[in-house]
Design a protein around this ligand. Sequence first.
Ligand code: HEM
Length: 435
Amino acid sequence: MKPQYWFRWFSVQGLPRLVLRTQARRGQPFAQLMGGPQGFTDPYPLIEQLRGQGRLVRTPIAWASADHELIRAILRDPRFGVRANQSFDLPAPLQRFVERYPLPPNPVEPPSMLVIDPPDHTKMRRPVAAAFTPRAIRRLRERVETVTEELLEELPSGGSADLIAAFAAQVPIAIISEMLGFPREDKGMFLAWGDAATPLLDIGISRKAHRTALDAMEVMNDYLDGHIERLRREPGEDILSSLVTAGELDTYGLKATASLLMGAGFETTVNLIGNGVVQLLSHPDQLARLRAEPELWPNAVEEVLRIDAPVQTTARSALEDVEIAGIRLRKGNTVVVSLAGANRDPGVFEDPTRFDVGRENAKDHLTFSSGVHVCLGASLARMEATYALRALFDRFPDLQLAGPPQRRKLFTLHGYEQLPVRLGTRAHTPATSAV
Ligand code: HEM
Protein backbone atom coordinates (compact mmCIF):
# COMPACT_ATOMS: atom_id res chain seq x y z
CA MET A 1 0.00 0.00 0.00
CA LYS A 2 1.29 3.50 -0.81
CA PRO A 3 2.48 5.18 2.44
CA GLN A 4 0.08 8.11 2.00
CA TYR A 5 -2.81 5.62 1.76
CA TRP A 6 -1.73 3.99 5.02
CA PHE A 7 -1.55 7.39 6.70
CA ARG A 8 -4.91 8.31 5.26
CA TRP A 9 -6.42 5.12 6.68
CA PHE A 10 -4.86 5.88 10.05
CA SER A 11 -6.20 9.45 10.07
CA VAL A 12 -9.66 8.94 8.63
CA GLN A 13 -10.41 5.39 9.76
CA GLY A 14 -7.80 4.03 12.22
CA LEU A 15 -8.14 6.70 14.91
CA PRO A 16 -11.95 6.73 15.01
CA ARG A 17 -11.87 2.92 14.86
CA LEU A 18 -9.84 2.85 18.05
CA VAL A 19 -12.14 5.32 19.80
CA LEU A 20 -15.32 3.59 18.60
CA ARG A 21 -14.14 0.14 19.63
CA THR A 22 -13.10 1.28 23.10
CA GLN A 23 -16.35 3.15 23.61
CA ALA A 24 -18.45 0.32 22.18
CA ARG A 25 -16.93 -2.06 24.75
CA ARG A 26 -17.99 0.41 27.44
CA GLY A 27 -21.56 0.25 26.14
CA GLN A 28 -21.69 3.72 24.51
CA PRO A 29 -24.76 3.44 22.19
CA PHE A 30 -23.45 5.68 19.40
CA ALA A 31 -20.15 3.76 19.29
CA GLN A 32 -22.05 0.45 19.19
CA LEU A 33 -24.28 1.83 16.47
CA MET A 34 -21.40 2.91 14.23
CA GLY A 35 -18.87 0.22 15.07
CA GLY A 36 -20.38 -2.85 16.76
CA PRO A 37 -22.15 -5.85 15.21
CA GLN A 38 -25.53 -4.68 16.48
CA GLY A 39 -25.06 -1.55 14.36
CA PHE A 40 -25.72 -3.56 11.23
CA THR A 41 -27.86 -6.43 12.55
CA ASP A 42 -30.37 -4.46 14.63
CA PRO A 43 -29.48 -0.78 14.99
CA TYR A 44 -32.91 0.33 16.21
CA PRO A 45 -32.61 -0.31 20.00
CA LEU A 46 -29.30 1.62 19.93
CA ILE A 47 -30.93 4.48 18.05
CA GLU A 48 -33.66 4.61 20.71
CA GLN A 49 -30.97 4.79 23.43
CA LEU A 50 -29.40 7.68 21.55
CA ARG A 51 -32.79 9.42 21.28
CA GLY A 52 -33.25 8.90 25.02
CA GLN A 53 -30.05 10.90 25.67
CA GLY A 54 -31.41 14.06 24.02
CA ARG A 55 -32.13 15.80 20.72
CA LEU A 56 -28.47 16.58 20.07
CA VAL A 57 -25.96 14.40 21.87
CA ARG A 58 -22.19 14.77 22.24
CA THR A 59 -20.62 11.38 21.42
CA PRO A 60 -16.95 10.36 21.59
CA ILE A 61 -16.25 11.42 17.99
CA ALA A 62 -19.00 13.82 16.94
CA TRP A 63 -22.43 15.21 17.80
CA ALA A 64 -25.38 12.98 16.91
CA SER A 65 -29.14 13.27 16.54
CA ALA A 66 -32.13 11.04 15.88
CA ASP A 67 -34.66 13.89 16.06
CA HIS A 68 -36.76 14.39 12.90
CA GLU A 69 -37.32 18.14 13.23
CA LEU A 70 -33.72 18.90 14.15
CA ILE A 71 -32.22 16.69 11.43
CA ARG A 72 -34.45 18.20 8.76
CA ALA A 73 -33.46 21.67 9.94
CA ILE A 74 -29.73 20.84 9.88
CA LEU A 75 -29.94 19.29 6.41
CA ARG A 76 -31.63 22.42 5.07
CA ASP A 77 -29.50 24.96 6.96
CA PRO A 78 -26.86 26.74 4.82
CA ARG A 79 -24.77 27.19 7.99
CA PHE A 80 -24.06 23.45 7.75
CA GLY A 81 -22.18 21.77 4.94
CA VAL A 82 -20.75 18.42 3.93
CA ARG A 83 -17.05 17.82 4.34
CA ALA A 84 -15.69 14.90 2.32
CA ASN A 85 -17.79 12.15 3.90
CA GLN A 86 -16.35 12.90 7.24
CA SER A 87 -18.45 11.77 10.14
CA PHE A 88 -16.15 13.03 12.88
CA ASP A 89 -14.05 16.01 13.85
CA LEU A 90 -10.58 15.41 12.39
CA PRO A 91 -7.71 17.44 13.92
CA ALA A 92 -6.62 20.22 11.52
CA PRO A 93 -3.13 18.86 10.61
CA LEU A 94 -4.60 15.46 9.71
CA GLN A 95 -7.33 17.17 7.73
CA ARG A 96 -4.71 19.07 5.72
CA PHE A 97 -2.78 15.87 5.04
CA VAL A 98 -5.91 14.06 3.83
CA GLU A 99 -6.70 16.92 1.46
CA ARG A 100 -3.15 16.84 0.04
CA TYR A 101 -3.42 13.21 -1.06
CA PRO A 102 -6.74 12.67 -2.79
CA LEU A 103 -7.87 9.21 -3.81
CA PRO A 104 -8.70 8.28 -7.42
CA PRO A 105 -11.99 10.00 -8.39
CA ASN A 106 -14.75 8.38 -6.36
CA PRO A 107 -18.16 9.05 -4.76
CA VAL A 108 -16.83 10.12 -1.36
CA GLU A 109 -14.15 12.64 -2.32
CA PRO A 110 -14.48 16.04 -4.00
CA PRO A 111 -15.50 16.86 -6.68
CA SER A 112 -18.24 14.24 -6.16
CA MET A 113 -21.37 16.37 -5.60
CA LEU A 114 -22.20 14.32 -2.49
CA VAL A 115 -19.31 15.81 -0.55
CA ILE A 116 -19.05 19.41 -1.75
CA ASP A 117 -21.00 22.53 -0.79
CA PRO A 118 -22.59 25.21 -2.95
CA PRO A 119 -21.61 26.99 -5.16
CA ASP A 120 -19.34 24.13 -6.41
CA HIS A 121 -22.06 21.62 -5.57
CA THR A 122 -24.54 23.41 -7.82
CA LYS A 123 -22.11 23.24 -10.75
CA MET A 124 -21.68 19.49 -10.36
CA ARG A 125 -25.34 18.68 -9.68
CA ARG A 126 -27.08 20.84 -12.32
CA PRO A 127 -25.90 19.01 -15.45
CA VAL A 128 -26.73 15.60 -13.95
CA ALA A 129 -30.14 16.66 -12.63
CA ALA A 130 -31.37 17.03 -16.21
CA ALA A 131 -31.27 13.22 -16.55
CA PHE A 132 -33.52 12.71 -13.53
CA THR A 133 -36.53 14.86 -14.41
CA PRO A 134 -39.97 13.24 -13.94
CA ARG A 135 -40.22 12.92 -17.75
CA ALA A 136 -36.87 11.13 -17.96
CA ILE A 137 -37.89 8.74 -15.17
CA ARG A 138 -41.23 8.00 -16.89
CA ARG A 139 -39.27 7.11 -20.02
CA LEU A 140 -37.16 4.62 -18.02
CA ARG A 141 -40.22 2.82 -16.70
CA GLU A 142 -40.56 0.56 -19.67
CA ARG A 143 -36.94 -0.59 -19.30
CA VAL A 144 -37.49 -1.28 -15.59
CA GLU A 145 -40.53 -3.38 -16.47
CA THR A 146 -38.72 -5.37 -19.15
CA VAL A 147 -35.64 -6.00 -17.01
CA THR A 148 -37.78 -7.06 -14.04
CA GLU A 149 -39.93 -9.40 -16.10
CA GLU A 150 -36.85 -11.02 -17.67
CA LEU A 151 -35.28 -11.59 -14.26
CA LEU A 152 -38.48 -13.06 -12.83
CA GLU A 153 -38.75 -15.36 -15.84
CA GLU A 154 -35.25 -16.71 -15.08
CA LEU A 155 -36.09 -17.59 -11.44
CA PRO A 156 -36.78 -21.33 -11.08
CA SER A 157 -40.50 -21.92 -10.55
CA GLY A 158 -40.89 -24.26 -7.54
CA GLY A 159 -37.21 -23.83 -6.60
CA SER A 160 -35.07 -21.74 -4.26
CA ALA A 161 -32.92 -18.67 -4.79
CA ASP A 162 -30.89 -16.00 -3.07
CA LEU A 163 -33.14 -13.07 -3.90
CA ILE A 164 -30.39 -10.49 -3.44
CA ALA A 165 -28.02 -11.96 -6.02
CA ALA A 166 -30.71 -13.21 -8.40
CA PHE A 167 -33.11 -10.28 -8.30
CA ALA A 168 -32.74 -7.31 -5.91
CA ALA A 169 -29.23 -6.40 -7.08
CA GLN A 170 -29.91 -7.11 -10.74
CA VAL A 171 -32.74 -4.65 -11.39
CA PRO A 172 -30.89 -1.47 -10.30
CA ILE A 173 -27.52 -2.51 -11.73
CA ALA A 174 -29.05 -3.18 -15.15
CA ILE A 175 -30.81 0.20 -15.23
CA ILE A 176 -27.94 2.37 -13.99
CA SER A 177 -25.47 0.58 -16.31
CA GLU A 178 -27.71 1.46 -19.26
CA MET A 179 -28.10 5.02 -18.03
CA LEU A 180 -24.32 5.40 -18.01
CA GLY A 181 -23.78 3.63 -21.32
CA PHE A 182 -21.84 0.70 -19.82
CA PRO A 183 -21.82 -2.55 -21.76
CA ARG A 184 -24.22 -5.10 -20.27
CA GLU A 185 -21.51 -7.73 -19.84
CA ASP A 186 -19.58 -5.54 -17.37
CA LYS A 187 -22.35 -5.75 -14.73
CA GLY A 188 -20.56 -8.43 -12.71
CA MET A 189 -17.49 -6.25 -12.42
CA PHE A 190 -19.55 -3.33 -11.08
CA LEU A 191 -21.21 -5.52 -8.47
CA ALA A 192 -17.78 -6.63 -7.19
CA TRP A 193 -16.52 -3.04 -7.34
CA GLY A 194 -19.54 -1.80 -5.36
CA ASP A 195 -19.09 -4.48 -2.69
CA ALA A 196 -15.46 -3.49 -2.25
CA ALA A 197 -16.03 0.28 -2.23
CA THR A 198 -19.17 0.71 -0.06
CA PRO A 199 -17.43 0.29 3.34
CA LEU A 200 -15.81 3.69 2.65
CA LEU A 201 -19.12 5.29 3.66
CA ASP A 202 -18.61 3.96 7.20
CA ILE A 203 -16.42 5.25 10.02
CA GLY A 204 -13.55 3.20 11.42
CA ILE A 205 -13.21 0.46 8.79
CA SER A 206 -10.31 -2.00 8.97
CA ARG A 207 -7.06 -1.49 7.07
CA LYS A 208 -7.87 -4.53 4.93
CA ALA A 209 -11.33 -3.21 3.97
CA HIS A 210 -9.78 0.18 3.23
CA ARG A 211 -7.11 -1.34 1.00
CA THR A 212 -9.64 -3.50 -0.85
CA ALA A 213 -11.77 -0.39 -1.44
CA LEU A 214 -8.85 1.64 -2.76
CA ASP A 215 -7.74 -1.21 -5.04
CA ALA A 216 -11.29 -1.36 -6.43
CA MET A 217 -11.21 2.39 -6.99
CA GLU A 218 -7.98 2.16 -8.96
CA VAL A 219 -9.55 -0.51 -11.17
CA MET A 220 -12.70 1.56 -11.65
CA ASN A 221 -10.59 4.61 -12.44
CA ASP A 222 -8.79 2.80 -15.28
CA TYR A 223 -12.06 1.38 -16.54
CA LEU A 224 -13.70 4.82 -16.59
CA ASP A 225 -10.74 6.34 -18.45
CA GLY A 226 -11.32 3.85 -21.26
CA HIS A 227 -15.10 4.21 -21.16
CA ILE A 228 -15.06 8.02 -21.28
CA GLU A 229 -12.53 7.95 -24.09
CA ARG A 230 -14.89 5.66 -26.03
CA LEU A 231 -17.85 7.97 -25.41
CA ARG A 232 -15.85 10.96 -26.63
CA ARG A 233 -15.36 9.13 -29.94
CA GLU A 234 -18.83 7.59 -30.18
CA PRO A 235 -21.34 9.28 -27.85
CA GLY A 236 -24.54 7.36 -27.15
CA GLU A 237 -27.95 8.30 -25.74
CA ASP A 238 -26.85 7.87 -22.12
CA ILE A 239 -26.26 10.47 -19.34
CA LEU A 240 -22.51 10.10 -19.38
CA SER A 241 -22.37 10.73 -23.12
CA SER A 242 -24.35 13.96 -22.65
CA LEU A 243 -22.03 15.04 -19.85
CA VAL A 244 -18.98 14.24 -21.98
CA THR A 245 -20.40 16.11 -24.97
CA ALA A 246 -21.51 19.14 -22.92
CA GLY A 247 -17.89 19.61 -21.84
CA GLU A 248 -18.81 21.26 -18.49
CA LEU A 249 -16.91 18.69 -16.42
CA ASP A 250 -13.26 17.71 -16.85
CA THR A 251 -12.31 14.02 -16.97
CA TYR A 252 -11.71 13.90 -13.20
CA GLY A 253 -15.17 15.38 -12.55
CA LEU A 254 -16.77 13.03 -15.08
CA LYS A 255 -15.21 10.02 -13.34
CA ALA A 256 -16.28 11.23 -9.88
CA THR A 257 -19.84 11.72 -11.15
CA ALA A 258 -19.97 8.39 -12.97
CA SER A 259 -18.71 6.47 -9.94
CA LEU A 260 -21.19 8.30 -7.66
CA LEU A 261 -24.12 7.51 -9.96
CA MET A 262 -22.96 3.93 -10.25
CA GLY A 263 -22.62 3.40 -6.49
CA ALA A 264 -25.70 5.41 -5.52
CA GLY A 265 -27.67 3.86 -8.35
CA PHE A 266 -27.46 0.27 -7.21
CA GLU A 267 -25.91 -0.05 -3.73
CA THR A 268 -28.97 1.60 -2.19
CA THR A 269 -31.90 0.32 -4.25
CA VAL A 270 -30.76 -3.29 -3.81
CA ASN A 271 -31.24 -2.71 -0.06
CA LEU A 272 -34.65 -1.16 -0.57
CA ILE A 273 -35.90 -4.15 -2.56
CA GLY A 274 -34.34 -6.66 -0.13
CA ASN A 275 -35.64 -4.83 2.97
CA GLY A 276 -39.08 -4.65 1.34
CA VAL A 277 -39.21 -8.38 0.69
CA VAL A 278 -38.28 -9.13 4.32
CA GLN A 279 -40.79 -6.64 5.75
CA LEU A 280 -43.60 -8.01 3.61
CA LEU A 281 -42.80 -11.65 4.30
CA SER A 282 -42.67 -10.85 8.02
CA HIS A 283 -46.05 -9.06 7.91
CA PRO A 284 -48.44 -11.30 5.93
CA ASP A 285 -51.41 -9.12 6.94
CA GLN A 286 -49.80 -6.16 5.15
CA LEU A 287 -49.06 -8.27 2.08
CA ALA A 288 -52.69 -9.40 2.06
CA ARG A 289 -53.78 -5.77 2.23
CA LEU A 290 -51.62 -4.98 -0.82
CA ARG A 291 -53.22 -7.85 -2.70
CA ALA A 292 -56.65 -6.42 -1.94
CA GLU A 293 -55.63 -2.79 -2.51
CA PRO A 294 -52.76 -2.78 -5.06
CA GLU A 295 -52.98 1.00 -5.37
CA LEU A 296 -51.20 1.06 -1.98
CA TRP A 297 -47.93 -0.31 -3.46
CA PRO A 298 -46.21 3.09 -3.82
CA ASN A 299 -47.11 3.91 -0.22
CA ALA A 300 -45.85 0.48 0.90
CA VAL A 301 -42.46 1.37 -0.61
CA GLU A 302 -42.47 4.65 1.35
CA GLU A 303 -43.19 2.67 4.51
CA VAL A 304 -40.26 0.32 3.81
CA LEU A 305 -38.04 3.36 3.22
CA ARG A 306 -39.24 4.73 6.57
CA ILE A 307 -39.08 1.69 8.78
CA ASP A 308 -35.84 0.14 7.52
CA ALA A 309 -33.89 2.91 5.81
CA PRO A 310 -31.41 1.63 3.17
CA VAL A 311 -29.19 4.62 4.00
CA GLN A 312 -29.13 5.00 7.78
CA THR A 313 -27.02 8.08 8.40
CA THR A 314 -25.30 11.05 6.91
CA ALA A 315 -23.34 13.91 8.46
CA ARG A 316 -23.00 17.67 8.32
CA SER A 317 -20.37 20.05 9.68
CA ALA A 318 -21.01 23.54 11.04
CA LEU A 319 -19.54 26.06 8.59
CA GLU A 320 -19.62 28.74 11.32
CA ASP A 321 -20.41 28.84 15.04
CA VAL A 322 -24.07 27.85 15.30
CA GLU A 323 -26.59 27.61 18.11
CA ILE A 324 -29.10 24.83 17.58
CA ALA A 325 -31.42 22.99 19.98
CA GLY A 326 -30.04 25.26 22.71
CA ILE A 327 -26.49 23.99 22.11
CA ARG A 328 -23.59 26.01 20.77
CA LEU A 329 -21.65 24.16 18.06
CA ARG A 330 -18.27 25.47 17.02
CA LYS A 331 -17.26 25.93 13.38
CA GLY A 332 -16.04 22.56 12.10
CA ASN A 333 -18.06 20.47 14.57
CA THR A 334 -19.70 17.48 12.89
CA VAL A 335 -23.22 16.20 13.50
CA VAL A 336 -23.99 12.62 12.51
CA VAL A 337 -27.68 12.57 11.63
CA SER A 338 -29.53 9.29 11.98
CA LEU A 339 -31.99 9.33 9.08
CA ALA A 340 -33.26 5.97 10.34
CA GLY A 341 -33.80 7.53 13.77
CA ALA A 342 -35.70 10.50 12.31
CA ASN A 343 -37.94 7.99 10.55
CA ARG A 344 -38.95 6.46 13.87
CA ASP A 345 -39.41 9.70 15.76
CA PRO A 346 -42.60 9.18 17.82
CA GLY A 347 -43.30 12.91 17.59
CA VAL A 348 -43.86 12.53 13.82
CA PHE A 349 -44.87 8.89 13.27
CA GLU A 350 -47.56 7.36 15.43
CA ASP A 351 -46.55 3.95 16.79
CA PRO A 352 -43.31 4.20 14.77
CA THR A 353 -42.22 0.55 15.03
CA ARG A 354 -45.45 -0.68 13.38
CA PHE A 355 -45.11 -1.56 9.69
CA ASP A 356 -48.25 -0.15 8.09
CA VAL A 357 -48.50 0.00 4.29
CA GLY A 358 -51.45 2.39 4.64
CA ARG A 359 -49.64 4.87 6.94
CA GLU A 360 -50.76 8.31 5.83
CA ASN A 361 -47.54 10.19 6.46
CA ALA A 362 -45.09 7.40 5.52
CA LYS A 363 -43.65 9.75 2.89
CA ASP A 364 -42.43 12.17 5.59
CA HIS A 365 -39.39 9.94 6.15
CA LEU A 366 -35.93 11.46 5.66
CA THR A 367 -34.36 8.43 3.96
CA PHE A 368 -33.54 10.45 0.85
CA SER A 369 -32.12 13.27 3.01
CA SER A 370 -33.32 16.87 2.54
CA GLY A 371 -31.95 20.23 1.39
CA VAL A 372 -29.48 20.74 -1.43
CA HIS A 373 -28.15 17.16 -1.33
CA VAL A 374 -31.57 15.52 -1.40
CA CYS A 375 -31.21 12.27 -3.35
CA LEU A 376 -31.17 12.86 -7.07
CA GLY A 377 -32.28 9.30 -7.78
CA ALA A 378 -35.23 9.17 -5.36
CA SER A 379 -37.94 8.93 -8.05
CA LEU A 380 -35.97 6.31 -9.94
CA ALA A 381 -35.41 4.23 -6.78
CA ARG A 382 -39.11 4.50 -5.87
CA MET A 383 -40.17 3.46 -9.36
CA GLU A 384 -37.75 0.53 -9.55
CA ALA A 385 -38.66 -0.80 -6.10
CA THR A 386 -42.40 -0.38 -6.54
CA TYR A 387 -42.43 -2.26 -9.81
CA ALA A 388 -39.92 -4.92 -8.70
CA LEU A 389 -41.67 -5.73 -5.41
CA ARG A 390 -45.14 -5.82 -6.86
CA ALA A 391 -44.13 -7.95 -9.83
CA LEU A 392 -42.19 -10.35 -7.58
CA PHE A 393 -45.18 -10.96 -5.28
CA ASP A 394 -47.56 -11.19 -8.27
CA ARG A 395 -45.42 -13.82 -10.02
CA PHE A 396 -44.54 -15.78 -6.88
CA PRO A 397 -47.55 -15.50 -4.57
CA ASP A 398 -46.28 -18.32 -2.32
CA LEU A 399 -42.82 -16.81 -1.80
CA GLN A 400 -41.35 -17.76 1.61
CA LEU A 401 -38.11 -17.27 3.50
CA ALA A 402 -35.98 -20.42 3.28
CA GLY A 403 -33.63 -19.39 6.11
CA PRO A 404 -32.55 -16.35 8.09
CA PRO A 405 -31.59 -13.43 5.83
CA GLN A 406 -28.00 -12.21 6.39
CA ARG A 407 -27.35 -8.51 6.89
CA ARG A 408 -24.54 -6.73 5.03
CA LYS A 409 -21.77 -5.84 7.47
CA LEU A 410 -22.18 -2.13 6.81
CA PHE A 411 -23.45 0.71 9.00
CA THR A 412 -24.38 3.51 6.63
CA LEU A 413 -25.90 1.33 3.94
CA HIS A 414 -28.41 -1.05 5.47
CA GLY A 415 -29.65 -4.12 3.69
CA TYR A 416 -29.17 -7.85 3.21
CA GLU A 417 -26.28 -9.62 1.57
CA GLN A 418 -28.20 -12.90 1.35
CA LEU A 419 -31.91 -13.50 1.25
CA PRO A 420 -32.65 -17.22 0.82
CA VAL A 421 -36.21 -17.91 -0.37
CA ARG A 422 -38.42 -20.73 -1.59
CA LEU A 423 -40.13 -19.28 -4.60
CA GLY A 424 -43.21 -21.49 -4.91
CA THR A 425 -44.87 -22.00 -8.25
CA ARG A 426 -44.82 -19.14 -10.76
CA ALA A 427 -48.28 -17.68 -11.35
CA HIS A 428 -49.17 -16.92 -14.95
CA THR A 429 -50.42 -13.42 -14.39
CA PRO A 430 -50.17 -10.69 -17.01
CA ALA A 431 -47.36 -8.17 -16.53
CA THR A 432 -47.91 -6.12 -13.39
CA SER A 433 -50.21 -3.24 -14.18
CA ALA A 434 -49.17 0.37 -13.74
CA VAL A 435 -47.98 1.29 -10.27
C1 HEM B 1 -33.37 3.47 -2.01
C2 HEM B 1 -32.51 4.07 -2.77
C3 HEM B 1 -31.74 5.30 -2.40
C4 HEM B 1 -31.54 5.89 -1.17
C5 HEM B 1 -32.08 5.45 0.17
C6 HEM B 1 -30.71 7.05 -1.40
C7 HEM B 1 -30.32 7.93 -0.40
C8 HEM B 1 -29.59 9.07 -0.61
C9 HEM B 1 -29.23 10.02 0.41
C10 HEM B 1 -29.57 9.89 1.89
C11 HEM B 1 -28.54 11.02 -0.19
C12 HEM B 1 -28.03 12.31 0.44
C13 HEM B 1 -26.91 12.13 1.42
C14 HEM B 1 -26.67 13.40 2.16
O1 HEM B 1 -27.56 14.24 2.31
O2 HEM B 1 -25.54 13.56 2.66
C15 HEM B 1 -28.44 10.69 -1.60
C16 HEM B 1 -27.79 11.45 -2.52
C17 HEM B 1 -27.66 11.09 -3.83
N1 HEM B 1 -28.25 10.03 -4.47
FE1 HEM B 1 -29.42 8.66 -3.63
N2 HEM B 1 -30.42 7.14 -2.73
C18 HEM B 1 -31.03 6.09 -3.37
C19 HEM B 1 -31.00 5.83 -4.73
C20 HEM B 1 -30.34 6.56 -5.66
C21 HEM B 1 -30.33 6.29 -7.08
C22 HEM B 1 -31.09 5.16 -7.76
C23 HEM B 1 -29.51 7.23 -7.64
C24 HEM B 1 -29.12 7.43 -9.07
C25 HEM B 1 -29.21 6.63 -10.04
C26 HEM B 1 -29.06 8.10 -6.59
C27 HEM B 1 -28.23 9.18 -6.77
C28 HEM B 1 -27.87 10.05 -5.79
C29 HEM B 1 -26.99 11.19 -6.03
C30 HEM B 1 -26.36 11.58 -7.34
C31 HEM B 1 -26.86 11.83 -4.79
C32 HEM B 1 -26.02 13.07 -4.49
C33 HEM B 1 -26.92 14.28 -4.48
C34 HEM B 1 -26.19 15.52 -4.02
O3 HEM B 1 -25.23 15.43 -3.26
O4 HEM B 1 -26.61 16.61 -4.46
N3 HEM B 1 -29.58 7.67 -5.40
N4 HEM B 1 -29.10 9.51 -1.83
